[in-house]
Ligand binder design. Sequence first.
Ligand code: PCA
Length: 207
Amino acid sequence: MNIILTGFEPFNGSTSNPSAEVIKTFPVESFSDHNIIREILPVDREKAVTWLSKTIQEIRPEIILLLGEATNRPVVSIEKVAINWMDYRIADNSGVQVRDQAVMEDGPAAYFSTLPVNLILSQLRAAQIPAEISLSAGAYLCNQVFYSSLYYVDRMDNKSLCGFLHLPSLPEQVIEKNQNAPSMSLDTSLKAITIALQACIQCYSGD
Ligand code: PCA
């Protein structure tokens, strides 16, 4: 299968992003039957979506697993809904703060994730990894790439499994900012994404 796996570069003054670290260290050797395209997306309102639009249409992947960081969330969030709205709470890394705009003028108000969200949840919990189904991916870049990817998938005839998982911050980020905030180790996040991808492959293959 062709699989797209993306994370995001650091943003909002942070020096790392758990999703980028997962992309860099992901055990592709455990998925040697598959072609995994890994990318760390820029936190830029145009560049991230341009890369996804081009790659999704070129590769026509069976699975698109998008990752990002959710600062202050304590568990892995399996996002259920992408909304057609951008209202950035902070500027992106190019200094642009989009307020009150549609992601796609001709798109529906929302899309549901096409990932097997309940299967991912049960398999993460079985592996003792705290996780939840989340009903909001926010109104920033993560929701934007999640919505845009589903919009492109909706326009293709082969229907990909496509969705978004938010990861908690890394312990070193919380220490760096001297915060009283939740975190998850890179090992646990890496294990979570490995399990999530296995669940997607299992679901797509109909096992
Ligand atoms: N998290 C941000 C954008 C990049 C990232 O990792 C978000 O939740 O929108």
